[in-house]
Write a protein that binds this ligand. Structure first.
Ligand code: FMN
Length: 293
């Protein structure tokens, strides 16, 4: 039970396997989203927690038959019945938290273009190389090649800090959680970012939930490097807004973006005089500034 939780009801059940307590508590999570409430159910054998369940009010769409409180009451009653009739299933704790798979890295580079050898991929490789020169570990995530599904808006991540969708996202979350610099390299697609990058950013709501539920803070700087076919800064208005919102949501400090247009005409970003050095220099500044400013 978290410190802010209030107890709603408890039930004690005597069984041949010992005394069990089922406890329903309520957490006011209004500081995360307006009116968000989480109900937590714990099954204890003696003083040891052997099972947990949680549901929050944002999980329940407006057209649902039951609200979160009613659902929690139903689960409470079903658990009471189950513990009474099958106490042997509640002898040992079920797994409540699990480590995320994948590696920790200093620099995460989100490569948003589906083109493996395109401009964003080239820029990503310069960033990757600059991180290596600084003696840091880095990883380029080619989002097009990963199995990252769209967020289903279930809000289950706000229960215990885990997303129920089974795909490649956990290793990205793991890397983002530990990185000190996050670089987004992307082309402009229909004024915004390509779909796989948008999907990954939406799914990072999970990271926001982990910050709020598990206190896993992201302490990173963020840099956007975007390329566009058209000339002028207007092509980047939405991309900048979307990436800024993504980083702002996670508390990532957004550095001055690097926006490179006119690529329909120029084709290859490497042909722009001085651009590679400009990007590398920006990286160097962010890599040494670390947690400052
Ligand atoms: C589906 C699609 C949509 C695009 N939409 C825009 C756009 O809205 N504005 C723009 O300036 N360029 C647009 N472009 C051009 C790309 O941003 C440009 O070709 C970029 O250099 C591609 O980057 P990449 O080499 O990293 O894939 C679009 C390209 C594609 C394939």
């Amino acid at each position: 039970m978290s410190e802010s939780a209030t107890e709603e009801k408890t039930q004690t059940i005597e069984t041949p396997e010992g005394t069990f307590t089922i406890r329903l508590t309520m957490d006011d999570m209004g500081d995360i989203y307006p009116g968000m409430i989480r109900y937590n159910i714990e099954v204890l054998r003696g003083t040891e927690t052997v099972y947990t369940y949680a549901i929050n009010s944002y999980e329940i769409p407006p057209g649902s038959l039951f609200d979160a409180r009613k659902t929690a009451d139903i689960v409470f009653a079903r658990l009471a019945q189950d513990v009474s009739s099958r106490p042997h299933l509640y002898l040992r704790p079920r797994v409540f938290t699990r480590p995320l798979p994948g590696d920790t890295v200093d620099v995460v580079i989100l490569q948003g273009s589906p083109r493996r050898f395109g401009n964003s991929a080239k820029i990503a490789s310069w960033c990757d190389d600059e991180a290596a020169r600084a003696g840091l570990s880095s990883r380029v995530f080619y989002l097009q090649d990963m199995d990252i599904r769209a967020c289903i808006g279930c809000y289950v991540c706000y229960d215990q800090g885990y997303c129920p969708v089974d795909d490649d996202m956990p290793r990205l979350i793991r890397a983002l959680e530990t990185a000190s610099l996050i670089v987004v390299c992307t082309p402009v697609y229909t004024n915004t970012v390509p779909a796989p990058l948008k999907a990954a950013m939406d799914r990072c709501q999970w990271l926001h939930a982990r910050e709020k539920v598990l206190g896993k803070e992201v302490r990173a700087r963020g840099l956007l490097i975007a390329v566009a076919g058209r000339r002028g800064k207007e092509a980047f208005t939405c991309v900048t807004g979307v990436v800024r919102a993504f980083m702002g949501n996670l508390g990532i400090r957004f550095a001055e973006p690097i926006l490179i247009g006119d690529l329909d005409r120029l084709r290859d970003v490497a042909e722009i005089e001085g651009i590679e050095e400009e990007i590398r220099a920006s990286l160097r500044v962010l890599l040494v500034s670390g947690d400052e400013g």
